[in-house]
Design a protein around this ligand. Structure first.
Ligand code: UDP
Ligand code: MG
Length: 325
């Protein structure tokens, strides 16, 4: 059967969730009556995720497994999934059942209506702590004001993408992959449908607050060069103020004569300017580091082994034939 629908699931330490995931996904996806494949991308799990997946794949021909050589991060695992997926539509979802598979029929229906990207929108963030939520809000506020790309609020990585969108994403070579921004950047006819995020079915989240802060910074610098350019405006403003101040001082000296006090204000201004310069240099350095990362042109991920791909089987077979001959 040809593959109409590919479902890609990045996995890091999800051994506790794999059978639950399949138990809930299978009836839904079979009810669609489409040819499908499920791509499990093992992103350097340190538990038995791969072993569990391989066990399951023995009984399920639609399961394909890609084992990455180490942990490359969820975004890289998704990129790997997108470039391996064969379907006319591709769905990406988390492996911890926070993304309910029961949403699939509606996503597929919308896709058939002509939407090229159907993404699930969280109804609420109740599953997150207060601090976490405040942080998220601050990030989206900043992103909206710094970047020309408009992020739909509350949309995540649970999406159905048409082949056209997947090809467009696969053609983006950058290493700094902020997927939400990239989805928005490629455009296409998109539609958001609401869903309720469930609690993690088992295991723990891989994203600590500190990690999230790093991601937020990466995302902002990947999709905006305002932090880089703002310094010329700040510099010009400060110079202008300084110039006006000099004019005022000259006039005062001419009218009232010379008076010297003002060491403290001098020190304050110097410290302020020094701080500004260091900050702007730091941001310059950050962008430079990013250019360096991109210039190296390393692949996003390295595959250790793939399971369930017919091309591989054929290749292995020809190799065997050659050996025999
Ligand atoms: N994940 C991954 N690589 C990583 C971290 C996470 O493939 O380095 C997967 C993880 O197994 C899950 C999904 O990405 O399927 C979402 O991760 P998680 O639930 O930890 O994130 P959260 O839901 O807390 O944002
Ligand atoms: Mg999760």
């Amino acid at each position: 059967m040809s593959v109409d629908l590919s479902i890609i699931v990045p996995l890091k330490n999800e051994e506790a969730n794999l059978s639950n995931l399949w138990a809930r996904l299978e009836p839904v996806v079979r009810s669609l009556g489409l040819g499908f494949e499920v791509l499990l991308i093992n992103d350097g799990s340190t538990d038995r995720t791969l072993a569990r997946a391989l066990e399951m794949a023995q009984a399920i021909p639609e399961l394909k497994i890609i084992d990455l050589s180490r942990n490359f991060g969820k975004e890289a695992a998704l990129a790997c999934g997108f470039s391996h997926a064969r379907g006319a539509a591709v769905v990406s979802m988390d492996g911890d059942l926070q993304h309910p598979p029961e949403m699939l029929p509606e996503m597929v229906a919308r896709w058939r209506e002509g939407y090229e990207m159907v993404y699930a929108v969280r109804r609420s963030r109740e599953y997150q702590g207060l601090l976490d939520r405040a942080f998220t809000r601050a990030f989206y506020w900043l992103f909206e004001h710094l970047s020309a790309v408009k992020l739909p609020p509350e949309a995540g990585d649970f999406r159905l993408l048409d082949r056209k969108v997947v090809d467009a994403l696969n053609a983006l070579p950058e290493r700094n992959r902020f997927m939400k921004g990239m989805y928005a950047w490629v455009g296409f006819r998109t539609l958001g449908i609401p869903f309720t995020v469930e609690h993690r079915s088992g295991g723990t989240s891989s994203f600590s607050p500190l990690k999230k802060l790093g991601f937020a910074f990466d995302a902002l610098t990947a999709f905006s060069n305002l932090p880089l350019r703002v310094w010329s405006v700040v510099g010009a403003g400060i110079s202008l103020a300084a110039f006006l101040y000099i004019v005022v001082r000259i006039i005062r000296v001419m009218v009232y004569g010379l008076d010297v006090p003002g060491y403290e204000s001098l020190l304050a201004v110097m410290l302020f300017l020094g701080g500004m310069q260091l900050l702007s240099l730091g941001i310059l350095g950050d962008y430079l580091a990013r250019v360096f990362e991109e210039a190296k042109g390393r692949p996003l991920y390295v595959v250790r082994e793939r399971f369930g791909f017919t091309e591989d089987k054929q290749k292995r077979a020809t190799r065997r034939v050659r050996k025999v001959a």
